[in-house]
Each structure stands twice: as C-alpha cells, then as structure tokens.
Design a protein around this ligand. Structure first.
Ligand SMILES: [Zn+2]
Length: 250
C-alpha cells in the first residue's frame, strides 16, 4: 500500500551534556512506524538523529564500536514502548525506550540515493533550532538491507538525561554511503560559535556487567562476521534461533 504524502520535519537541535553542548540533526518520525521486539513488545517510532565525526584528526563518529572499530557515522531511531502512549510519558519509565542503532560505512561507494533528499535539506538547518519539512522521505529505504541480525543490550540514551531505560538494538548490517555524502553530513551544520559541527558522539562506555546478546552466531576470529568490543559479556544465542520478528512498518 502506498503511504500518503509524508511530511517529516528535520530539525537541528542542541542538548547540554556536562559543560558541552552537543547537537544533532533530527528527523521526526510518524507513529505509524514501529518495531516489535522478540518478546512481543511494540515500540513506536519518535525521531531519528545522527552522530558523526569529522574534524582534523578524528574522522569517525559512531558511538558503538565493533571489535574496536569506530564507524564513520551512527544513526539512532528512538522509539518508545507503545504501552505508555507517548514519548513524554515513556521516557521516564524503566522499560520506556528502545533505540534502533545503525552504523554507517563509507568507502568508494556510489551515492546512496535514498539519502540524497535528506542530505540536500541539511543546508536549511545549518543553525541550532532551525527546522524544515521533508516530503516523501522513505525511512525504511534509509535503513540497511538486512534487518535480521542485531546486537541487543539494556543501556541508556547517549545524550542527557542518559537514563538507563533504553533497550538497544544495534543492527549488524551497516548502511553504505559515498565519501561525498559523509562529507556533506559532517560539514553542513554549524555550532553556536559558527564552527563546523563535528564529533557529536559520546565516548564508548564501560559495560558495567551488562549482557550483550546477539541473535546470530558470533565468531571472534572470523572477519566477515561482526563481533563487538563488548564481546567479553557477549552471550551467544542458540544456532537454531528463528529470525527474531522485527517488523518495521511505515
Ligand atoms: Zn543518539
């Protein structure tokens, strides 16, 4: 079924983290988009935002690292538990939030045309607080092709208030963007001092005994299968796990 004309707002906003202000570009999502966890919990989409690096020395900006490798960019799709009815209520509840995290890989890839429209609108939100409207953006096309495999753990939001009430789902399959697309994301936005907005990620956190689960077999010595820096507590889930039901409906 064809979705009706979609209007999504794109917004550059700032959040105070300690003495530092961090900014991100955010796309508000429609509540018809949701995902369902393996235990049947339904999470409703609220917004998606981006973390990136750039700058002189540090070129990669993902918040998660996999086997110590930091990816160039990371996308967070923030959801709330549908039983709370709204993000504002859910955000203060112990089982209130879920984030679907997507890593971005850059190489000599061709332009990812699913990102062209989003990237072309960044010039309209160069300064904090600015917003614009995107029409006809297909969020599902902006996700990786393979949504079956992911890491999951209980954690916090990476921006204030960093409440420990987020179920994280980190997809194993990354999104691929061309170099010029990543450069555009890294260099389009300005901070409060009119400097290019770089390094919007939080440093990797200690596990603190958290259990990281995967729904696929983890082979630490096999380069082709993604592992995790969090591997010491990695729980290997059984081989015969059916693919978790992960439905992303628009
Ligand atoms: Zn985030």
């Amino acid at each position: 079924m064809q979705a009706p004309l979609t209007l999504l707002s794109l917004l550059l906003l700032g959040a105070q983290a300690g003495q530092h202000w961090t900014y991100s570009v955010q796309i508000s999502l429609r509540p018809t988009m949701h995902m369902e966890a393996a235990d049947g919990t339904k999470y409703v989409a609220e917004q998606m935002h981006f973390h990136w690096g750039g700058g002189a020395s540090e070129i990669s900006g993902s918040e998660h690292t996999i086997d110590g490798i930091r990816y160039v960019t990371e996308i967070h799709l923030v959801h709330y538990n549908s039983k709370y009815g709204s993000y504002d209520i859910a955000k203060d509840e112990p089982d209130g939030l879920a984030v679907l995290a997507v890593l971005v890989e850059v190489s000599d890839y061709a332009e990812n045309t699913y990102y062209s429209k989003f990237l072309s609108h960044l010039s309209e939100v160069r300064y904090s607080g600015q917003s614009t409207v995107l029409s006809g953006l297909n969020i599902q096309d902006m996700l990786p092709k393979d949504l079956r495999y992911y890491y999951s753990y209980q954690g916090s939001l990476t921006t204030p208030p960093c409440t420990e009430n987020v179920q994280w789902f980190l997809l194993a399959d990354p999104v691929k963007l061309s170099k010029s697309q990543v450069l555009k994301l890294e260099n389009s936005l300005l901070d409060s001092q009119n400097k290019t907005l770089n390094n919007g990620y939080r440093s990797t956190q200690h596990l603190n005994g958290r259990v990281v689960e995967t729904n696929f077999i983890y082979h630490p010595n096999q380069q082709s299968v993604l592992g995790s820096e969090l591997q010491f507590h990695l729980t290997r889930i059984d081989n015969n796990l059916e693919y978790f039901r992960r439905l992303l409906n628009r």
